[in-house]
Design a protein around this ligand. Structure first.
Ligand SMILES: Cc1cc2nc3c(=O)[nH]c(=O)nc-3n(C[C@H](O)[C@H](O)[C@H](O)COP(=O)(O)O)c2cc1C
Length: 408
């Protein structure tokens, strides 16, 4: 069983992630995790916070001499802002976020922000200061998820599985990227867009939103390749991979929609136009050792690589729609938490858009979910045990006559 939890507040001392269930023998380094953390921090439209932080996950446990030991992997990411920065009232965060009672007043947040977690949070947890809600609901927490995702990505890479993402819509500007996506170009793009013309227009849209004191949302696409056929199951609603991926992706802050493959457009076409016809196999799809790269290749991928809650062996394609940021420079009308009287919503340093980062966070959530499904299917307390199980399965999944040949 693979599982993780995170802890930490946005302006507290740091974030903690604990990942349990990664087999022994996996090469892991802080430098490799840092690469994904740095990718999350980039992106045109991010606010001042990302200039302060240089996210680095310090491995606290589970790794020795560069290899996992099968024990829980704990990671600690420092919030530099905690020790160096000040809150909107000019007081140091060490004071505002002190775990001990402090002398003097700490300015509470009373002007509830529509679209953030403030209003349901203060009601449910009976808080008189919305900071006690916003500190945890902030997407700063996603840095811990990305650290977890980096470990899962490294595990999946052992089996030839790669995960990428790109921005397909930002503030209404759509990407018309050519297939196959040039992932190197996405990594170079300030908005993580594979279409350079759309990328420029997205940056202009961000500048215009900044000028207007507003914010922008968009859509990111996450693509995983090299997946074996049959991860997940059709057997039970909560074990379907589609269920679990949708939940994992929807758990990202600000996500308002998730789709797979042709997604919502599937409702616009006939079945004959939609379903991914199965191609006759070619010799090249079978490796010399009898294992299959893709035993049942398709003519298209409108399913997004999922049928019946299981992987088809085609690339997994998941899209997440993210709403525009709630903390807006020109604050929305709201009410005061104490009086219930009209006011303007609280504002503190905020991004204009976070859409490019959402792709990287989405990759992490997809990596975790796929690693979990992979380990469920193939098990193994050491990576080599997982590999043996995976190889045995991959030799058995082709057309039955070929499988018999491989056995003989
Ligand atoms: C990478 C990332 C950065 C974010 N930055 C901000 C921000 O600067 N200001 C803000 O109000 N919301 C930001 N959000 C969105 C809020 O975290 C989110 O809207 C809030 O927690 C309420 O949750 P919900 O939108 O899922 O309902 C960000 C989200 C992500 C994924």
């Amino acid at each position: 069983m693979l599982r993780f939890i995170t802890a930490g507040e946005s302006h507290g001392p740091g974030l903690v992630a604990m990942l349990e269930g990664i087999p022994a023998g996996l090469p892991i380094s802080e430098a490799q995790i840092r690469q994904d953390l740095a990718r999350r921090q980039m992106g045109y439209g991010r606010g001042g916070r990302m200039k302060i932080e240089t996210d680095y996950a310090v491995l606290q446990s589970g790794v020795r001499h560069g290899l996992t030991m099968g024990s829980p992997i704990a990671m600690l990411i420092e919030n530099r802002d905690h020790t160096t920065g000040k809150g909107p009232d000019g007081k140091p965060w060490t004071h505002t976020m002190s775990k001990n009672p402090v002398e003097g007043e700490v300015t509470p947040i009373h002007r509830l922000r529509p679209g953030h977690a403030d209003t349901p949070g203060i009601s449910k947890y009976l808080q008189d200061d919305a900071r006690n809600i916003l500190e945890r609901s902030s997407a700063r927490e996603s840095a811990a998820r990305v650290a977890v995702g980096a470990v899962c990505r490294r595990f999946l890479a052992e089996f030839g599985i790669e995960i990428h993402s790109h921005v397909v819509n930002l503030g209404g500007v759509r990407s018309h990227a050519k297939q196959p996506i040039d992932w190197a170009a996405v990594e170079e793009s300030p908005v993580r867009c594979a279409d350079p013309v759309a990328g420029d227009a997205m940056m202009k849209a961000i500048d215009a939103a900044r000028e207007a004191g507003d914010s922008l949302g968009g859509t990111v696409e996450i693509v995983a390749t090299g997946l074996p056929i049959g991860l997940g199951t059709h057997i039970q609603w909560d074990r379907k991979l589609s269920t679990r991926l949708a939940a994992a992706v929807a758990s990202m802050n600000a996500v308002k929609g998730v789709e797979f493959g042709a997604g919502f457009d599937s409702s616009e076409v006939r079945g004959s136009q939609l379903h991914d016809v199965i191609k006759p196999i070619g010799e090249w799809e079978q490796n010399p050792d009898g294992t299959w790269r893709q035993p049942w290749p398709r003519c298209g991928n409108n399913s997004g690589g999922l049928e019946g809650g299981m992987t088809t062996g085609e690339p997994l394609i998941v899209r997440a729609v993210v709403k525009p940021i709630a903390t807006i420079i020109n604050p929305l009308p709201t009410v005061d938490l104490t009086t219930g009287e009209p006011d303007k919503a609280h504002y503190e340093r905020s991004d204009i858009t976070f859409v490019p980062s959402c792709g990287v966070i989405g990759e992490a959530m997809v990596a975790f979910t796929l690693a979990e499904a992979f380990l469920e299917k193939f098990g193994g307390d050491h990576v080599e045990e997982t590999r043996r199980n995976w190889k045995g399965y991959m030799a058995s999944v082709g057309p039955r006559a070929h499988a018999a040949k491989a056995k003989a």
